[in-house]
Design a protein around this ligand. Structure first.
Ligand code: NAG
Ligand code: NAG
Ligand code: NAG
Length: 458
């Protein structure tokens, strides 16, 4: 009985490794050979197959988007032509017959109908993209599990396929987003209305479950030629000792950094708190000693710091210690949030003059920093999050620096793991970047069409 059991186990192990040297039939007198981990080849093959399928679906979506783009160009030209024609007619109303005017009206109706049709197809394609995104995310989770449990090299090939897939998806979403939302960089829209499902890109570059502290993202004001650059910093503690930069998304996922900047060598430029951002190839972070705002220029590879007199290091965010100064960048520039002793831990928001690297304006809010998960800025509005449960986070607060008004809102979103130490918005792609217990996670955002419209709860 035991021999048969071992035999079955052995067979399973053998088949799993596709070991051709042992033929299953004759090896039943086998010794009890059990590899430590049975590599799930089947699962990997399944992943490869679905990668191909998803890739086909994406090709289809890309061709649709190309069609949308060309249709849009034609509609725009037609609208332009009609506008010109109507202008001419208005100037000489008497020289046109009723028939000619009817003709123009019909043309306008036609364009209207075409626009409605295009809108419907774009919406349909948007749902398809969301479902593809879900599939890819599920696959990445499986891949990451395989990668942490089994030999990394065996998973590598499949991972490459998935990176290509993700890149294709990114491109598809970007172009789709451009049709929907051509105003990246503009702030002519309302508050955030919705946050997408979490998009998981990666597990920390150190491939180490202990690296729960860190951050990742893109430069919010990239130097010319560095538009595709990504950065990552991670650690097993809240100390910030290095930051790595990657030429593009592919290299980020392949863990092929362009350079790793060490903040702790013969001198000590280390930071704490993982609330940094990268802007203009410069890391803005909480300087460790003295407690101050730090600025490490990755171009000149030098650091400077500025003490914020009223900032207190007694108040951190909910999930992690030492998060006293949190940097953010949006369409309007660079910001820092902190709490003060005078306000008993309520948050202040400072606008940073980037040239002088000094606060030029301070806004006082009424939220108590230790209850806040994290904050980020979009178009001069501070958003604060808090935990709802282990899978759900919520944007619960917004402070508009234009009106100096605050409002309580409720925009729940899913998180992948319970704890996160990093959350920031990037105005370049209007996405949120999160470092969620070692995972690189991002979110798309939706905004209210009308300015000044928020879902007010008070
Ligand atoms: C395949 O079989 C050979 C010969 O029995 C053995 O040396 C080798 O370790 C096996 N490979 C795996 C991956 O189990
Ligand atoms: C717009 O007008 C130009 C010049 O009259 C013409 O060549 C072009 O075909 C028109 N475009 C459309 C889409 O009707
Ligand atoms: C970083 O250093 C470079 C080279 O000295 C300089 O041109 C650039 O303005 C600096 N960037 C910032 C944000 O200070």
């Amino acid at each position: 009985m035991i021999t048969i059991l071992f035999c079955l186990l052995f067979l399973r192990a053998t088949l799993a490794f596709r070991n051709e040297t042992v033929s299953p039939g004759q090896s039943c007198t086998c010794e009890a050979f059990l590899p430590e981990t049975v590599f799930p080849m089947g699962e990997l093959e399944l992943l490869e197959k679905s990668s191909v399928q998803i890739s086909h679906k994406l090709e289809l979506e890309i061709s649709k988007i190309e069609m949308f783009e060309s249709k849009l160009t034609i509609y725009m030209e037609k609208t332009l032509n009609l506008t010109v024609l109507i202008g001419i007619m208005e100037n000489n109303p008497d020289s046109y017959t009723e028939l000619q005017i009817q003709e123009v009206k019909i043309q306008i109706k036609q364009i209207e109908a075409l626009v409605v049709e295009l809108k419907a197809s774009i919406e349909l394609s948007s749902t398809v993209l969301v479902s593809i995104r879900k599939e890819v995310t599920a696959m990445i989770v499986i891949l990451t599990q395989l990668e942490t449990t089994y030999d990394k090299n065996l998973v590598l090939l499949t991972r490459r396929e998935y990176i290509k897939l993700q890149e294709k998806l990114e491109e598809c979403e970007r172009r789709h987003n451009e049709i929907f939302n051509p105003n990246i960089g503009s702030c002519n829209r309302g508050f955030i209305s919705r946050v997408s499902k979490p998009i998981i890109s990666h597990l920390n570059a150190h491939l180490n479950a202990g690296h729960r502290y860190g951050g990742w993202g893109k430069d919010s004001n990239p130097l010319a030629g560095s538009e595709n650059m990504y950065w990552y910093s991670g650690s097993s503690s809240t100390l910030v000792s290095q930051v790595s930069v990657y030429a593009d998304y592919y290299r980020l996922i392949m863990r092929q950094s362009m350079k790793t900047h060490e903040l702790y060598t013969s001198r000590d430029w280390r930071g704490v708190g993982n609330n940094y951002i990268v802007r203009g190839n410069t890391l803005y972070y909480q300087y460790r000693e003295p407690f101050s705002m730090g600025k490490y220029n990755m171009t000149s590879q030098t650091a400077v710091y500025r003490v914020v007199p009223s900032a207190s290091n007694r108040f951190s965010y909910f999930y992690s210690a030492s998060q006293n100064l949190d940097f953010a960048a949006d369409e309007n520039g660079l910001w820092v949030t902190y709490a003060t002793d005078a306000s008993n831990g309520r948050m202040s928001l400072g606008k940073i003059d980037e040239e002088a690297f000094a606060l030029k304006e301070v806004y006082e809010t009424n939220i108590y920093k230790p209850s806040v998960g994290n904050t980020f800025m979009v178009c001069g509005v501070l958003y604060a999050t808090r935990s709802v449960d282990i899978k759900t986070e919520e944007i619960f607060y917004a402070y508009d620096t234009h009106t100096r008004k605050e409002s309580y809102v409720s925009i729940p979103f899913e998180k992948f793991q319970e704890m996160y130490v990093y959350l920031d918005y990037n105005p370049i792609d209007q996405k949120l970047y999160m470092y969620n217990d070692g995972y690189y996670v991002s979110y798309h955002l939706w905004f209210h069409q009308n300015k000044n419209k928020a879902q007010l709860l008070i």
